[in-house]
Write a new protein. Structure first.
Length: 367
């Protein structure tokens, strides 16, 4: 670990716009590109760290413009502070913009050589993939494609029309032949009544879980759906703290929680949250599924030794290959994310500048 008394001497913030291979559809939004917030921090000894998070419009009250302003202000406040004091400052303001705070905080963790990130062993972690086919004639072709790529878990978005969603799931199930397992995600799209109708009409064949049926703030609606469901329910958007994990563990039918680095501020806090959930008997699925390889790498490092199922640190696979910003890109083969021994994060500065839409270097406090 780097001394916590080292001084933050420079912060650079970037806002990127990186194109996707194809639109990424959620119940509340469709992404045609990712616009992550990147943070680069250097201390007075020349150590550096990168952090990244993706604010998703519609997922919470945070906005990209708000996150940018917050990052500028926080960067000014931590400049010329010790690493220890900088982390305290970010933590004390994190409730204002937890996602932007996480981008800054994890950059500091990388700079100070956090144990999770600095361990250089090779990794081989199973990933899932999104399944986008809607029409009957498209489904078989896409299933053939994802199985050829080695995926054994697919994620299907629902949450708009119960009858159409059930029909789509049934058609997909009829073509599986045990090749892949299914995770279903409503992205908060159903009302309680719709969610209950969906789970009672659902056949459990090949289905691992049903993610976030109803609004994140409506714990009662999600609990009602979970009580009726023969398939384990996974809560996502409401899970932002240890307290939320504990609350989820008391709901009948909830067997899993989705955790993301951007909701838990730091690598250390997320690691603690995973271990806490396991003690309560909850299974954890990890990964944001959005953004570039910086956050995917960090979540993958956290997953190693702690997560035993297909991860969602797969945002890099959704990005156009020429727009990936690492000079040593993460590797994917036969359904697995591969990180070689002694691999280290290397930013391609030319690509970073090419896909950057806003940039600011903080050398002195903003008045």
């Amino acid at each position: 670990m780097i001394s916590r008394n080292n001084i933050i001497s420079k912060v650079t913030i970037y806002r990127l716009d990186v194109p996707l291979i194809k639109p990424y559809k959620l119940s509340y939004n469709t992404f045609y590109s990712f616009e992550p917030l990147l943070i680069h921090i250097i201390d007075d000894q020349g150590n550096e760290g990168w952090g990244e998070q993706h604010i998703s419009p519609g997922s919470s009250s945070e906005t990209r413009d708000g996150g940018w302003i917050f990052a500028r202000v926080m960067s000014s406040l931590i400049l010329n502070k010790t690493i220890h004091d900088a982390k305290e400052i970010i933590y004390s303001h994190s409730s204002i913009s937890i996602v932007a705070s996480s981008a800054i905080y994890t950059a500091i963790e990388m700079l100070e050589k956090n144990d999770v990130l600095s361990h250089k062993s090779s990794l081989k972690l199973k990933l899932l993939t999104s399944f986008n086919a809607e029409e009957k004639f498209e489904i078989k072709d896409e299933l053939d494609k994802v199985t050829e790529q080695g995926f054994t878990t697919i994620k299907i978005k629902v949450g708009k029309d119960v009858n159409l969603d059930l029909k789509k799931i049934s058609i997909i199930q009829s073509h599986l032949d045990g090749r892949v397992n299914i995770r279903i995600d409503a992205n908060r799209g159903y009302t309680q009544e719709q969610g209950c109708e969906f789970v009672t009409g659902l056949k459990p064949n090949y289905i691992e879980l049903f993610e976030q049926p109803c609004d994140a703030n409506d714990w009662e609606a999600n609990a009602a759906v979970a009580k009726l469901s023969s398939i384990p329910i996974m809560l996502d958007e409401p899970i932002c703290s240890i307290k939320d994990i504990e609350k989820a563990s008391r709901i009948e039918g909830v067997g899993l929680c989705k955790l993301k680095l951007k909701r838990f501020l730091s690598i250390t806090k997320l690691t603690e949250a995973i271990r806490f959930a396991h003690k309560l008997g909850l299974k954890i699925v990890l990964g944001d599924g959005l953004g570039t390889e910086i956050n995917c790498w960090m979540e993958a490092k956290i997953a190693d030794k702690l997560i035993d199922n297909a991860g969602e640190y797969n945002g890099f696979l959704k990005i156009e290959p020429q727009a990936r910003i690492l000079s040593n890109p993460l590797k994917f083969k036969n359904g697995f994310l591969l990180i070689s021994e002694n691999w280290d994060l290397e930013i391609d500065r030319d690509k970073l500048e090419k896909y950057c839409i806003s940039k600011e270097k903080i050398y002195k406090s903003i008045k």
